[in-house]
Design a protein around this ligand. Sequence first.
Ligand SMILES: Nc1nc2c(c(=O)[nH]1)N[C@H]1C(S)=C(S)[C@@H](COP(=O)(O)O)O[C@H]1N2
Ligand SMILES: [Mo]
Length: 529
Amino acid sequence: MTVGAGTTEREPVVAQPPRWGAPVAGMVATLVGIATAEVVAGVSPAVPSSLDALGQLVVTALPGPAVTTAIEVLGAANRVVLTLASLLVALLIGAAVGRLAAMSLPAAAAAVTVVALVTAIAVASRPEASVPIVVATLVAATSVTIGLLGRLLGHLGLRPPRPTQVPPSPTDPPVDRRAFLRLGVAASVGAATLGAVARGSRSVSSRLVPPSGPAPQAMIPAPPVAAAQDLATGIEGVSPVLTPIDRFFRIDTAIVLPRVDLADWQLRITGDVERPLALSYDELLARELVEVDATIACVSNEVGGSLIGTARWVGVPLAELLEEAGPSAAAEQVLGRSVDGFTAGFPLAAALDGRQALVAVGMNGEVLPMRHGFPARLVVPGLFGYVSATKWLSAIELTPWDGVDGYWIPRGWAKEGPVKTSSRIDVPGMADEVAAGSVVVAGVAWAPTRGIEVVEVLVDGEVASNAELVPPLSDATWVQWRAEVTLTAGEHSLAVRATDGDGSLQAVGPSRPAPDGAEGWHTIRVRAV
Ligand SMILES: Nc1nc2c(c(=O)[nH]1)N[C@H]1C(S)=C(S)[C@@H](COP(=O)(O)O)O[C@H]1N2
Ligand SMILES: [Mo]
């Protein structure tokens, strides 16, 4: 008797498996597989999260403008959205695998294995990954997924019998929806719970977080900024002259913060140099550290935007390290390399022209925070972050200018990224209502390292006031400014424009950030009553 004939005979007494059975089984099994990997990732710092690693792969593979747009549109939520999107895509793949499994479990197993291999490559390429443990984890996750899928499909009578198998007797019904639902719901709820707990409580070995000891100190620390030196003390809403760390913008392509084990970490100075150097964290800290107050800005900052901040950085002068290594004749570019593969390059001349570029290890009196590049990062006054401010720095490589490009250059951003002379109104806020009469307008202006000479405030398109400037902490920081203008009752536009130390008025624009930074006089509308 053929199987087909047997099936035909049983047909009248057999419940049909639901059409959604196979895809749902695939999704449940996938969820459990993902949770298995996440639970191991939660316990072992040597196994990065598969979801995060896949998300990272997507970020790296996507075209530059897509990544930039996502970061701009989603803001700080971009990582959460990406994780949920990765999960959704994984579940959709799981549904397809479920369908495939109803036809052939070996084919489905092959598909799951391919997905697991891609995941393994993504996970193993993370700097903190231990390859053997990652492979073992994914083998386990794959087995759990395929095993569960087989059982779920078995409950639905969807598991294709092997050719040698005796067809099930008509008396034990092949479709057991209750068993399917029980197992499916229990597995999904268990997996979602365990996976979420694991993600929430990911254990981080103490080797991988910044040391809790005293923060690196400059040989000659500057006195703390006095309240009187900070316009923010008197005018609520003005950017503080030093941006607190918890308010400092963060921009990077890292879905997961790279965790650096200080025991193996080194900063190498390599490439076109006479004497390559390699410094441990302790060796770096043992050098004569200096303190530099500097503003850093992201090229993606819109006119009036907040992707800019000022900090007191402590670190080793970059020029000193480069001179020690001795740039050779071919050296034209300084390329920072991060432990996570990110790179950023700028002209060697910018490192040696007297501006105070740093390999920073401290920020605002603290050990450089993880989010801002622990254990070390570059800070180069006057250059946008994407060409200069490499976080989680692992090497400084000297290279020719042509033929070697940092991460963002092939993704559509200009090779050179000097910060443009810009200004921003912090007070009043956009669309605020103010009392008619004399109105205080205040904010920041920046042109590192050219400095700011003049800030003018325009009311309804006419220059109305020459702002007072607070003496800046250094030529690398922004300048706080304050003006008073008279507003009659009604709607008005307020705009600001700065002139830098070279006497150049900032560009009126307006233009968007790509490819080399936004231009325009920040303009807001207010209503005076
Ligand atoms: N490793 C690494 N470093 C990086 C980036 C990155 O994506 N990866 N982004 C750069 C960009 S575009 C900017 S604007 C600055 C932002 O520094 P912050 O996050 O400390 O403010 O970091 C730079 N350094
Ligand atoms: Mo940036």
